[in-house]
Design a binder for this molecule. Structure first.
Ligand SMILES: Cc1cc2nc3c(=O)[nH]c(=O)nc-3n(C[C@H](O)[C@H](O)[C@H](O)COP(=O)(O)O)c2cc1C
Ligand code: SF4
Ligand code: SF4
Length: 280
């Protein structure tokens, strides 16, 4: 039996969880391979389709942004062809609350013909702390906190893998509290228009080394370096990769983030994580 996983990760959490699932499924006797939706290897849609056809189980993973999917992940699902009832599972990573965030993809995948049997949200470290009301008070985990969250996440992965192997249904977030909680995040966020957030970015020139990692690794090619200036367009996935993973913390989101103690950046889940991994 074969499984394939397609994931997107902004800052490494979903990459880490996808790794755990790949490992555990393989240990359970299901030959599994994971691909980032940014991987060069699957940039051709035909390759994605042949991987899906070749597998008995297809996994879909993404980080929760306001109880919703990253825009690039919505595009990825849209690009899939219809199939006849293939077993699929969905996993998301989140800081605390995702409402029905995993079911949003499950519904889209059902319309593509997938039989989604499992959909679950897995808590991982927070990667968003910005100078906005409420968002500015989101906690950032210490190293010890990250380790504890990963331990709990690994247990949830074990449960998910067991359900997948046994073919048992496990759909989280369908109850009225989670559905209404999810909607109460998704609707205002859509109205505000996430993509315009990128207009708040700027580079602190004194600390920038012009390594160009931000330009190279932006998943939507939304950052340009023109006339000695970094320019953000409106095609932003709001993944916060550029902001969090700049090696010098030179990327700012409004003036407030110049205070780096108050606005620490999230550097990913460890375990060999670096930006290269996000495109594998
Ligand atoms: C713009 C944005 C919105 C977010 N919204 C939520 C949310 O609604 N609920 C939640 O629990 N976590 C939320 N988070 C936290 C991330 O979902 C969480 O840290 C996730 O594990 C990041 O995964 P990644 O490292 O694979 O990108 C948000 C993060 C960002 C950047
Ligand atoms: S990643 Fe940071 S240091 Fe490198 S070019 Fe971008 S802003 Fe400058
Ligand atoms: S501009 Fe930054 S936050 Fe927006 S998609 Fe690119 S890396 Fe992500």
């Amino acid at each position: 039996m074969k499984a394939v996983i397609f994931y997107f990760s902004g800052t490494g959490n979903t990459w880490w969880v996808a790794n755990q699932i790949e490992k555990k499924l393989t240990q359970s006797g299901i030959e599994t391979k994971k691909y980032s939706i940014e991987a060069e290897e699957i940039s051709d849609n035909k390759k994605v389709q042949s991987l899906i056809e070749d597998a008995s189980i297809v996994g879909f993973g993404y980080p929760i942004f306001g109880s919703d999917l990253p825009l690039t992940y919505i595009d990825f699902i849209k690009s899939l062809s219809k199939n006849k009832g293939k077993h699929a599972f969905v996993f998301t990573t989140m800081m605390l609350f995702s409402g029905d965030g995993a079911l949003v993809a499950a519904r889209k995948l059902r319309r593509k013909g997938f039989r989604v049997k499992q959909a679950t949200n897995i808590r991982m470290p927070n990667n968003v702390k910005l100078p906005y009301p409420i968002v500015r008070s989101f906690p950032m985990s210490s190293e010890e906190g990250i380790t504890k969250l990963k331990e709990k996440a690994a247990k949830k992965v074990d449960k998910l893998v067991k359900k997948i192997v046994e073919g048992k249904r496990w759909l989280q977030g369908w109850d009225p509290i989670n559905v209404s909680g999810g909607l109460s995040q998704r609707v205002p966020m859509k109205l505000i228009g996430w993509t315009r957030w990128a207009r708040n970015y700027f580079v602190e020139k004194e600390t920038c080394t012009e390594c160009m990692l931000c330009v190279e690794y932006c998943p939507t090619n939304n950052i340009r370096f023109e006339n000695e200036e970094f320019v953000w367009g409106d095609d932003c996935n709001i993944c916060l990769r550029c902001y969090n993973l700049c090696p010098e913390d030179a990327i700012q989101f409004k003036e407030g983030t110049l205070n780096k103690e108050k606005y620490p950046r999230y550097k990913g889940p460890g375990n060999g994580f670096n930006q290269n991994k996000l495109k594998e």
